[in-house]
Design a protein around this ligand. Structure first.
Ligand code: P61
Length: 472
């Protein structure tokens, strides 16, 4: 159980017992520092959007943990074992076997990344006018559901929208909200429930095994399917091991396997848990859904035995699955995130509690209380953090939430966050110390920070390419 859930932080105390990463470094990549003047120029050229910075201008890159993790020597060796046949690659069969063994789904098609799987699933399952409930939206997932004709409805527990709530499973589905939605819409109008583990937009928060079991029982009563967003399900399994009664002596691998039993399939971005730079898959139990997926995958991704990936990429992902579920690995991975979070908590900096699995989320509403949400507090803070120390983070607030596709109205999410995302096996504790100090420097001069206005707004997933200017 994390120290913050126990109600104390012990980063600096004598009680602290250190752990070390279960790997050593064999190859390094040089990092460059920049001057404040260079950074001021770079962020202005990027339209005050950290997505548009050039990575050469970034010192510590905490934009995302997606495709940015370090592969192991074993994975790199697998890259050399790529069977680059157009069809029937050995690497596909290795990947399929790994998915069957660790996630327990009998069928899968590879996709180029997570949104490729979301696209296929949405097209196969959704009919125009239907409703897809989920434990908080994710940007690409919701967009594919909407493009297929559905409306997304958030059925996560209320605590998820409160950055200060210490609920250990803030990713849980609110069963009463889900039941009310089924009563209102009718089970026939709900193609599936989308359950994310962990919940990215809530701060990397997990869902409990008990909640998953309950969602499954409720859906089974109504004949509704459940599809997991299993992108960070290994991190979720680790939190179950640490926080849920009855799991402390179980391996993360066995918890993951049990968790998946309560679902009908999963979309996966292999770029997170699975420690690869590119890749994903769509997995399922129903042979009819598999048949549709393997027919549709050839239209948008590639043949059903490669799905847009090279053989070597599938091999790296197959090997990544095994490494991801290793208990020592996952403890160190989440432990790094916790370390940064507890340091910031100790300095009184407002972050989302409890600390999440893949990132520390600064609470921009409390960090910059003098800015209105229309002045883009999280976007502003992400730009400031870059200017301060060359640290790249990501906005997860009003810009990411976008507009209602029907009315065009601006969505106002309760959470207005800046995500400091930790790539796996990439940075040292010293990088996290430098990051924390940079955040603290911004916090010290927060009163002088002014907001932004949006000068360019793209139609889809605007946060990726939107441009801003400082308010005069
Ligand atoms: C990320 F700003 N995540 O967290 P793909 N499900 C989940 C994800 O976290 C996820 C995908 C599906 C990214 C990359 C990214 O708004 C953004 O492999 C829980 O990226 O297609 C991706 O998987 C999609 C960043 C995506 C964003 C969308 O950084």
């Amino acid at each position: 159980m994390s120290n913050i859930i126990r109600g104390k932080t012990i980063v600096e105390s004598r009680e602290r017992r250190s752990w070390a990463e279960p790997y050593k470094i064999k190859m390094v990549e040089r990092l460059k520092t920049t001057t404040r003047e260079q950074r001021l120029r770079a962020i202005a050229e990027a339209g005050y959007n950290t997505f548009l910075l050039r990575s050469k201008d970034v010192y510590i890159d905490l934009l995302t943990d997606s495709g940015t993790s370090a592969m192991s020597d074993h994975q790199w060796a697998g890259i050399m074992m790529g069977d680059e046949a157009y069809s029937g690659s050995e690497n596909f069969y290795h990947l399929e076997a790994a998915v069957q063994k660790f996630y327990g789904f009998p069928y899968m098609v590879p996709t180029h990344q997570g949104r490729g799987a979301e696209h296929l699933l949405s097209r196969i399952m959704i009919r125009q006018g239907q409703t897809v409930p989920g434990n908080m939206y994710f940007t690409t997932t919701r967009l594919h559901q909407e493009l297929a004709g559905a409306t997304f409805v958030d059925v996560i527990i209320d605590e998820a929208h409160d950055p200060a709530s210490l609920h250990p499973f803030k990713g849980n589905v609110d069963l009463a909200k889900l039941q009310a939605l089924i009563d209102r819409e009718g089970a026939d109008n709900i193609p599936y429930v989308c359950v994310a583990a962990t919940v990215n937009m809530a701060g990397g928060q997990p869902i409990s095994m008990q909640n998953m079991r309950d969602v499954h029982a409720l859906c089974a009563r109504h004949g509704i399917k459940i599809f997991l967003d299993a992108t960070r399900a290994v991190e979720n399994a680790y939190f179950i091991q640490q926080r849920e009664e009855g799991y402390k002596n179980r391996s993360v691998a066995s918890i993951l396997h049990e968790f998946c039993v309560y679902s009908d399939g999963a979309t996966m971005s292999g770029k997170k848990d699975l420690l690869v730079n590119i890749g994903g898959f769509l997995a399922m139990r129903d042979p009819n859904i598999y048949q549709q997926a393997s027919s549709l995958v050839v239209v948008f991704e590639g043949m059903h035995t490669y799905g847009g990936l090279a053989g070597r990429d599938m091999e790296a992902m197959a090997r990544g699955i095994e490494e991801a579920v290793d208990d020592d690995h996952i403890r160190a991975r989440v432990g790094q995130v916790e370390y940064l979070g507890e340091k910031l908590i100790g300095w009184g900096i407002p972050i989302v509690l409890p600390v999440g699995g893949h990132a520390v989320y600064l609470d921009a509403k409390r960090f910059l209380p003098h800015l209105t949400q229309d002045q883009f507090p999280a976007q502003t803070l992400a730009a400031e953090l870059y200017i301060q120390g060359g640290i790249r983070s990501m906005e997860r607030g009003i810009v990411s939430a976008g507009r209602d596709p029907v009315t065009g109205a601006q969505r106002y999410p309760k959470l207005e966050l800046v995500r400091l995302t930790i790539p796996r096996r990439v940075y040292t504790q010293a990088h996290l110390d430098v990051t924390a100090e940079s955040v603290a420097d911004c916090f010290d001069r927060r009163a002088s920070i002014t907001g932004l206005t949006m000068t360019y707004e793209p139609q889809y997933l605007r946060f990726f390419q939107a441009r801003f200017e400082p308010i005069a």
